[in-house]
Design a protein. Sequence first.
Length: 250
Amino acid sequence: MSRSEATADAATVPSPDAFLSCRDMHAYYGESYIVQGASFEVAEKEVVALLGRNGAGKTSILRTIARAPQPQLRRGSIELGGEALHTMKDYQAARAGVALVPEDRRIIPGITVEENLVLAQIAPSVGWTTERIYEHFPRLAERRRQEATTLSGGEQQMLAVARALARDVRLFLLDEPYEGLAPQIVQEIERIVEEVKRLGITTIIVEQNALAALELADRAIIIDMGEVVFTGTAKEVLDNRELRDQYLAI
Ligand SMILES: Nc1ncnc2c1ncn2[C@@H]1O[C@H](COP(=O)(O)OP(=O)(O)O)[C@@H](O)[C@H]1O
Ligand SMILES: [Mg+2]
């Protein structure tokens, strides 16, 4: 399938009420031009799967939205809840509620599970309390005094998600949450993502395992060479053999 056909497909999908609106994002690592005009929208409470081959630019897009130091957005805009995220000062952006759980899970080593949760809270009045987190994640309650890096991979993923809830997340960006986990643990993380979905938290999930992500997601956005080549429902992706062959290898 040619790119123009894929774009025509995208145009037929009704645009959701945008909560997140990314328009014409162009972002660079130094002089490397990686995010090449990606545009898409995500509705409030929607769970969207961001798919595409290895190196397509999925992580870079999440990092751009999360305002990671790199890649740097040089053109385009990112709006969250009608506010321009890309022009906010850092302290304002920190309160905007964008939480990226990167592939490396970014928990803080050398301190306990509980200390990780407490440090994630930006203010006592916002975000989930540790008590509420422990109710939802009893496993973390059991391990609260344990040094965080001694947790299993799945438990570290759970802690990374819990840290985002402690910060009062409005937009959840999950980068390959199942990466490197045993199948049994994947199921556990799937349950957590389902819980996040039930809570109505807007989520973008990047996953190599496209089938697992499509099971969960309301919609799929396919990325290739730093831009969007297809937007549609999970069913539209699954029913489209060419799309699957060309971009997903499923
Ligand atoms: N820090 C970086 N500096 C330069 N290029 C990078 C950097 N990180 C990623 N890239 C390049 O950006 C492209 C997209 O990478 P990435 O966003 O990680 O893709 P994906 O997550 O879809 O696998 C790749 O070609 C990758 O080599
Ligand atoms: Mg990636």
